[in-house]
Design a protein around this ligand. Structure first.
Ligand code: FES
Ligand SMILES: [Fe+2]
Length: 361
């Protein structure tokens, strides 16, 4: 008996990586790890725009990022190890010094000529590691500012991977129209209109929010961006003396998928009416108590955007309405982070690996 030529019926919106990408890879600095992941002695391999990047730390705390393939016979250095300040290839144990040069072979013979590694520009800012990538191989021509953080403890961090384009994460910060319908904010108003300047932008909003364990409070939010991959969101709940800030960093890993990293910080003001040591104790205790709850709330908040990002396309031109945020000026500003002819930099969708997942730690 012949089998029917059928397959399971697929329902629902197609993921963004099921079609040709509508925006190419952007240029700039892109997060590839949290600082806490790059403990001395470990070698990490992270995806960045269709290639692997290998990361390791030197004894003085410095970070190195290199292309993954050994110049000797092409082994992947992500399988290697760190000895002192040298990166060792797993195959024949050639050793590469902090400047990338091959300092010895595994046989005690002189290193072959021109056998150094290519060091990639790398920076460590705001508890994360960023690698530079430019479509024409240009060296960095701007730097990442260090945004303020809160409190003394290390940030709570989360990483997700999904279909879509990283620009949508940054555009989300100025898409003021979506905060009430998608995220459920109360009535919101712009406190300081958006300013786009050089590689950066900034906008402030006033709203109201219900906080777990505490109740409702006025909410003041400042959103800043620098580059087309990184956003800083600061919130203040003046009624409770609670401030939070979070960095979101989005990194394209394939032409139609990206990783999103979130690092969150929390600060609870010391109650003024109490003696200083008691006030400090109260502040620390409440920070500890609220930390996990606020962080989970943060993650749930940003996850409300995921189904939209993972299925949307880049709508160009957008049909904008009164009530939208400054999407138009944002799109103009964002153009500086792409090749002059974006279509030239586009990559066929056949190279796309469908990925979707979530990790919170
Ligand atoms: S391939 Fe790296 S040492 Fe041989
Ligand atoms: Fe959002």
């Amino acid at each position: 008996m012949s089998r029917p030529h059928t397959r399971p019926f697929t329902e629902g919106p197609s993921p963004a990586d099921a079609h040709a990408p509508t925006l190419p890879y952007p240029d700039g600095w892109f997060a590839v790890a949290f600082s806490s992941e790059l403990v001395p002695g470990t070698v990490l391999t992270r995806p960045l725009q269709g290639e692997d990047v290998v990361l390791y730390r030197l004894r003085d705390g410095g970070v190195r990022a290199v292309r993954p393939y050994c110049p000797h016979l092409g082994a992947h250095l992500g399988l290697g190890s760190v000895e002192g300040d040298d990166l060792l290839c797993p195959f024949h144990r050639f050793a590469f010094g902090p400047d990338g040069s091959c300092v010895r072979t595994g046989y005690g013979t002189p290193p072959p000529p021109s056998s150094g590694l290519t060091l990639l520009p790398v920076r460590e800012v705001n508890d994360a590691v960023f690698v530079w990538r430019h479509h024409d191989g240009r060296a960095p021509d701007w730097e990442l500012p260090a945004w303020h953080t809160l409190g003394t403890r290390a940030p709570r961090v989360a990483t997700w991977e999904m279909a879509g384009h990283s620009q949508d994460v940054v555009e989300n910060a100025v898409d003021l129209g979506h905060f009430t319908p998608l995220h459920g904010w109360g009535e919101s108003e712009v406190a300081e209109p958006a300013v786009f300047e050089g590689r950066s932008f900034r906008v402030s909003v006033r709203s109201r929010e219900r906080v777990p364990l505490l109740g409702e409070s006025p909410l003041e939010v400042t959103l800043e961006g620098c580059g087309i991959s990184r956003v800083h969101v600061c919130t203040a709940l003046p009624r409770f003396g609670v401030r939070t800030c979070a960095m979101y960093a989005a990194t394209m890993i394939t032409p139609s998928a990206f990783q999103l990293r979130q690092a969150s910080y929390l600060d609870v003001a010391e109650p003024g009416a109490l003696p200083a040591p008691v006030a400090r104790w109260v502040s620390r205790s409440v920070t500890r108590l609220l930390g996990g709850v606020m962080f989970r709330g943060n993650c749930e908040f940003v996850a409300q955007d995921f189904p939209v990002w993972a299925t949307k396309r880049y709508q160009s031109p957008p049909r904008l309405a009164r009530g939208d945020g400054p999407i138009g000026p944002f799109r103009q500003w964002a153009r500086q982070f792409y090749a002059a002819d974006p279509l030239r930099a586009q990559v066929p969708s056949s190279a796309v690996r469908a990925v979707e997942g979530s990790r919170v730690n």
